[in-house]
Design a protein around this ligand. Structure first.
Ligand SMILES: Cc1cc2nc3c(=O)[nH]c(=O)nc-3n(C[C@H](O)[C@H](O)[C@H](O)COP(=O)(O)OP(=O)(O)OC[C@H]3O[C@@H](n4cnc5c(N)ncnc54)[C@H](O)[C@@H]3O)c2cc1C
Length: 450
């Protein structure tokens, strides 16, 4: 006889504790079998065998399987295409219901719809919940209706929403929206089994380990307390480095937001940027391929491939740009201030299509997230929702003086800086690049508006 189970499908939520969808599955009574699918539709497209993200996911799925085993259950992990795996699951188990947390990327929405249709054919319900963000787009709407497309009023409404509903937690009143889900209370509802199935190894999936250090999930309170003073200085550890964990749900966004509220409002605000861009993607999925502002659709990009290569390699002759790109290439992460500088240099001084930069970041960033990456790139190119106007072009020298005056960050990533091996001149110098960009943007926009 096939075992009767309720399945919980992990995706961007690789944790047992404070997991919204898992909580609902366990509370409904179970027995709950958690699963994970290493999705070939995604993995087959990754350009490199040594992909630190695949390693990160695999390590965390294996750790999660251990957590379930310590509670008498198991996690079943599969390598394949989701629809095939779901057919296999239906063949092997008597599936009562499926629970999961929502993913807002267009590919994920289409995948989930196909899985839901397949399950519904057999009368199996597919329940999905909010877990990845604090508010979904329909929860932060203008009073007159419709989504916000400018951050500051969005942030104000988001902040009001938090206080809308309060709830008691450990003797304190906290926002209902940040209250942790006590999954451990219902751990007995996990499907109990002694047969443990091994999580596929990296080599079974065609990948190999990558030599990239992954930041931890615990951030010192000091970093958060002084975040507003340190967050823009790339040469020091002044930010949380939590992005990879938010991306894969190895930490709970609610838990970190709750902590931020008592430590530093500026840090909380950054978490709101994450919700903001997710909400923009939920409301305007067209931003994936096109500029949010339609009038920016026909900028005549120069798209010089050799210049793009120098930008990617960090050999432009602009020290802070080169340091940023090398930090990205070597560590899979780049400081936010420098992300803005390199993106501005690519889209303005080099006049290269923001989608080229976006794609390069997507290949390299450990914390790559479609919504935030797309939002950040469109912001820098001037074509996004809450964009800086096209005529405000970052001066890389002023940025250097302001945020890395002693060149500490530059020296960390560009060891030959200051020696004859480093280019004497930038590939495209600021004044020339700025004027050219102003001219090109201005006339393209005038044409689009005429
Ligand atoms: C061109 C460009 C591309 C970007 N691509 C990504 C991406 O693919 N994935 C990603 O997570 N972030 C992206 N960001 C946003 C930001 O750079 C990173 O979230 C941040 O640098 C991660 O480091 P941290 O965890 O130490 O951040 P902290 O400064 O400690 O901030 C805490 C958290 O707040 C969120 N956050 C902070 N700033 C932003 C922001 N501007 N937009 C959205 N969320 C934010 C992140 O989840 C971050 O982990 C991009 C920014 C730019 C300008």
């Amino acid at each position: 006889m096939k075992p009767k189970v309720t399945i919980f499908w992990h995706r961007r939520d690789l944790r047992f504790e404070d997991n919204a969808g898992l909580y609902r599955a366990l509370k409904a009574g179970g027995p709950v079998l958690p699963i994970f699918i290493f999705d070939r539709n995604i993995l087959d497209k990754l350009p490199e065998q040594h992909d630190a993200r695949v390693m990160f996911i695999r390590d965390n799925v294996a750790a999660l399987a251990d957590t379930y085993r310590s509670m008498g259950g198991d996690l079943r992990a599969f390598y394949g295409k989701p629809l095939d795996i779901w057919k296999q699951l239906q063949a092997n188990y008597d599936v009562q219901a499926v629970y999961t947390n929502r993913d807002y990327e267009p590919y994920a929405i289409a995948r989930d719809k196909a899985v839901e249709d397949l399950l519904n054919e057999r009368g199996i319900p597919f329940h999905h919940f909010k877990d990845h963000v604090i508010f979904e787009s329909d929860e932060v709407q203008k009073k007159a209706g419709g989504p916000y497309t400018v951050f500051t009023p969005y942030y104000r409404m988001w902040r009001n929403n938090l206080n809308d509903r309060l709830s008691n937690y450990e003797g304190k009143e906290i926002s209902y929206y940040l209250k942790p889900y006590p999954n451990e209370k219902y751990a007995a509802n996990l499907w109990q089994t002694d047969t443990h199935q091994a999580v596929p190894t990296l080599s079974e999936m065609g990948f190999a380990p990558a030599d990239v250090p992954i930041p931890g999930t615990r951030v010192s309170a000091q970093i958060i307390k002084t975040y507003d003073q340190t967050r823009n200085i790339p040469g020091i550890e002044g930010t949380s480095r939590l992005s990879v964990h938010f991306r894969h749900g190895t930490v709970s966004i609610r838990q970190k937001a709750l902590r931020a509220m008592s430590l530093n409002e500026t840090f909380l605000k950054e978490l709101v940027w994450r919700d903001f861009y997710s909400n923009i993607l939920q409301e305007f999925p067209r931003v994936v391929d096109a500029p949010f502002r339609a009038e920016y659709a026909d900028i005549p990009w120069r798209n010089d491939e050799s210049e793009f290569k120098r930008w990617c390699d960090g050999t432009t002759g602009v020290p802070i740009v080169d340091a940023g790109m090398r930090q990205l290439n070597e560590s899979g992460w780049m400081h936010n201030r420098v992300r803005m500088i390199v993106a501005s240099y690519l889209t303005k001084h080099l006049l290269i299509d923001w989608r080229w930069g976006e794609g390069y970041f997507a290949d390299k960033l450990l914390d790559y997230e479609l919504a935030s990456n797309n939002g950040g790139w469109q912001w820098a190119a001037g074509c996004g929702t809450d964009a800086q106007p096209y005529f405000r072009i970052f001066n890389y020298d002023s940025q250097q003086k302001k945020f890395d005056p002693k060149y500490e960050y530059v020296k960390q990533w560009v060891p030959e800086y200051g020696t004859p091996e480093y280019p004497a001149e930038p590939m495209v110098e600021h004044k020339f690049g700025r004027e050219r960009a102003l001219e090109v943007y201005k006339s393209a926009l005038a044409k689009a508006r005429s």
